[in-house]
Design a protein around this ligand. Structure first.
Ligand code: AMP
Ligand code: MG
Length: 713
């Protein structure tokens, strides 16, 4: 079987569409491809879902990719049902029958009436039941217990083996599988007609075609879904992510074929089968792995940046606290060889596999012996044959009253607890002499004195530096669990911007300073920069760039167009389509910070002014990105120095001045506070932070200096 490139999972719904706001019980779909699980797509009704699915699959086919698509509704009914309706025991003929008979505008459908009409063809009462309509429907009983004599089995063979699953005959209420099956089969019948030979329906057809449709019951993976769910998450959205990721994982483990093959022959003929029933453990193991490994990273809420109404100016510290509360790590996890993990962030504590040092050893080159046999004054101990060296342990025991030649790093031989330094000894090759008394245990290293076995060697959240790699290796930790790198997209906006300094610029144009600066910052901070280029002040162009950013990155930084002016297209677009909250932060330089969500990706709208963009990136973006990458929140690091300047600072806004230290260690500031003066950023080696309140600074006044290095630069 050729491997699948793309896994799609769709959580279907027969419910009525009541508006554009995401509803928990609407249709959710997600895609797992190339080791990543994408944000679930909200599909507000069946018509939207059907079009999305067809277009998505066509695009995958055009790109030469093979697709496995899973759906959470039954692909068949209990044996005998298809023949009664279509004259043939063919489940796919039944799909076409529903496509022809069901009236569904995508939101409202006639499934209850249709269930009644079907019941009329059966003897007795049933098999369908449950009436979601107010008035009575001919032949459709309201309660399951009213049914009798219709001759159909209550469950398919697959459902009989899936405890907790619902019967296909129930048309409404909790567990209304019947309505989902009818609407779903009708939709997939049209998809088959559209895609023709490219599609195979499992298990009725062999899973060899470019596109394979399968039935999956996500509740099989309830435990993993639970583990991947955070408070406030929409369950169906989490569910599709877990299932899609688990299928991809199964294939990676080479177990997908086995799971696709676990179908009884009878089920292939008419009833169909639930993928994973009969191979539950394989599927669950894969799901546990992806949920536990955070391959399904939790997403941020669309309203995570909401500000309480009526907030005027937010002090910097409050803005930082809010940002910190709104965010959490958003990237998945993976296991990496420790030697390749420098720069990555630990997603789980690294635990010492054994103690360091594993056994007591000698800290010096010298002579080892039992302390008990020594005393004050000159000690003379006969030497035993042989020696103890690093990597060449001394075999056997050193009797009390004897000494042994020992080298740095050698395990203390049995009978040795103390070592004297070679320089403090005299020896003729047979005896060793040294001055007493010596301290018991002198010049030795205790087992585990560095790290005990089982101890946390490095905590989750640690960004691994070269010495950390040494420690991991020393403790026998060959592999670590790390977060996938945070991908940070950067976009510049503005009609006046020329994206590349190699291009000519007219006098009314300026070369893009922010994007190269922000991309370089992102890289310095250990994230993966994604260059979105430059967009003109045009909503469509900006939206296209943001779309790309949401697809290819975890976070988007924009600069320019972020305040409320006429030309500020970024904030207008984000307000209309991205749940924008403008945070009016009492900060200079820096206008409002625009925070929004674009298709699941947080957007930080930084000021256009390069000085303000830089300061806002350092103060706000740096800790926020760090938190999202799994490395935790970061405080700016600084210290107090005397001022080498004078300034009357007004109350109200916290100010950041471009500054550097004089040879005497006082902070001087750039000659101009003009925020267009990019040269001042290069002149400076850090920032002076002046508090929110008023302050008269004279030479010698203590001020807080934040060196660039404290921002990781
Ligand atoms: P805006 O926030 O778009 O009103 O821009 C404020 C100021 O920053 C204007 O003078 C812009 O020309 C300038 N600016 C905006 N984006 C950039 C950029 N990427 N590089 C350099 N200057 C910029
Ligand atoms: Mg602009």
């Amino acid at each position: 079987m050729r491997p699948f490139d793309t896994f799609v999972m769709v959580d279907w719904s027969a419910a009525r569409d009541r508006g554009p706001a995401p509803k928990p019980d609407a249709i959710w779909a997600t895609v797992a491809r190339a080791g990543r699980v994408e944000e679930p797509v909200y599909l507000r009704n069946r018509r939207v879902a059907e079009r999305w699915l067809a277009e998505f699959i066509e695009a995958e086919l055009a790109a030469g990719r093979r697709v496995l698509a899973g759906f959470d509704f039954p692909f068949g009914f209990p044996a005998g049902f298809a023949e009664r309706l279509t004259g043939r025991a063919d489940p796919l003929a039944l799909w076409d029958w529903f496509a022809a008979e069901l009236e569904d505008d995508g939101s409202v459908n006639n499934r209850f009436a249709l269930a009644g009409r079907i019941n009329a063809r059966f003897p007795g009462t049933g098999p369908f039941w449950f009436n979601g309509a107010r008035g009575d429907i001919p032949f459709l009983p309201r309660r399951g217990s009213e049914r009798h004599g219709h001759g159909m089995a209550e469950r398919r063979a697959a459902e009989a083996r899936a405890p907790g699953s619902f019967s296909v005959w129930q048309m409404g209420g909790a567990g209304a599988v019947g309505g989902q099956a009818m609407t779903g089969m009708a939709a997939l019948s049209r998809l088959r007609a559209r895609l023709g030979q490219a599609v195979a329906v499992w298990p009725f057809e062999p899973p060899e075609a470019p596109v394979v449709l399968t039935e999956i019951w996500p509740s099989l993976l309830a435990e993993a879904v639970q583990a991947a769910t955070r408070p406030g998450d929409i369950r169906d959205a989490v569910q599709v992510r877990v299932v899609a990721a688990a299928l991809a994982r199964l294939q990676e483990e080479g177990r997908l074929e086995e799971v696709l093959a676990a179908v009884p022959d009878e089920a292939r003929a008419e009833e169909g089968w639930i993928l994973g029933v009969g191979a539950e453990e394989a599927l669950r193991e894969a799901a546990r792995a992806v949920a536990g490994a955070g391959l399904v990273p939790p997403r941020l809420k669309d309203d995570c940046f909401a500000m309480p109404q009526g907030v005027a100016w937010v002090p910097v510290d409050e803005a930082l606290a809010r940002l910190r509360a709104a965010l959490h790590p958003v990237t998945g996890r993976e296991r990496l060889a420790s030697s390749r993990a420098a720069g990555r962030v630990l997603a789980a504590d690294a635990i010492a596999r054994r103690a360091n040092p594993p056994r007591p050893n000698s800290a010096v080159d010298g002579y080892g012996f039992a302390h008990a046999a020594t005393g004050p004054g000159i000690n003379r101990l006969p030497l035993v044959q042989g020696r103890a060296a690093a990597g060449q342990p001394f075999e056997g025991r050193v009797p009390e009253g004897y000494a042994v030649r020992i080298l740095t790093g050698a395990i203390l031989p049995e009978g040795v607890d103390t070592v004297v330094l070679e320089e403090d000894c005299a020896t003729d090759g047979l005896t060793v002499a040294f001055d007493g008394p010596v301290k018991p245990g002198a010049n030795t290293r205790r087992a585990g004195e560095d790290v005990e076995e089982g101890a946390v060697a490095l905590p989750a959240g640690q960004r691994l530096r070269p010495p950390d790699i040494a420690l991991l290796s020393a403790l026998g930790i060959a592999e670590v669990e790390v977060f996938r790198p945070l991908r940070v997209a950067v976009l510049s906006t503005g009609d006046e911007i020329v994206p590349d300094p190699a291009l000519p610029a007219a006098p009314h144009q300026i070369w893009d300073a922010n994007r190269p600066m922000l991309l370089a910052l992102v890289e310095r901070w250990g994230h993966v920069p994604v260059d979105l280029g430059h967009a003109r002040d045009d909503a469509r162009a900006i939206a296209r760039a943001l779309d790309q950013g949401a697809r290819e990155a975890d976070v988007i930084l924009t600069s320019g167009g972020a305040s409320a002016g006429d030309e500020d297209h970024v904030s207008r677009l984000l307000r209309e389509r991205g749940r924008l909250t403008s945070w009016r932060i009492a900060l200079k330089p820096g206008r409002p910070l625009a925070l929004a969500m674009w298709q699941g990706a947080p957007v930080f709208g930084l000021p256009g002014n390069p000085v303000a963009a830089f300061v806002c990136a350092l103060i706000f973006a740096r800790p926020a990105l760090s938190l999202m990458s799994g490395a935790g929140w970061l405080e700016a690091q600084g210290y107090t120095v005397p001022a080498a300047f004078s300034k009357r600072k007004k109350p109200g806004r916290r100010e950041y001045l471009r500054a550097r230290l004089t040879p005497e260690g006082a902070a001087e500031v750039f000659r101009s506070e003009g925020s267009g003066r990019i040269s001042g950023l290069s002149w400076a080696t850090g920032l002076v932070e002046l508090p929110d309140g008023a302050l008269d600074v004279e030479p010698g006044t203590p001020v807080r200096y934040l060196p660039y290095s404290g921002f990781g630069l």
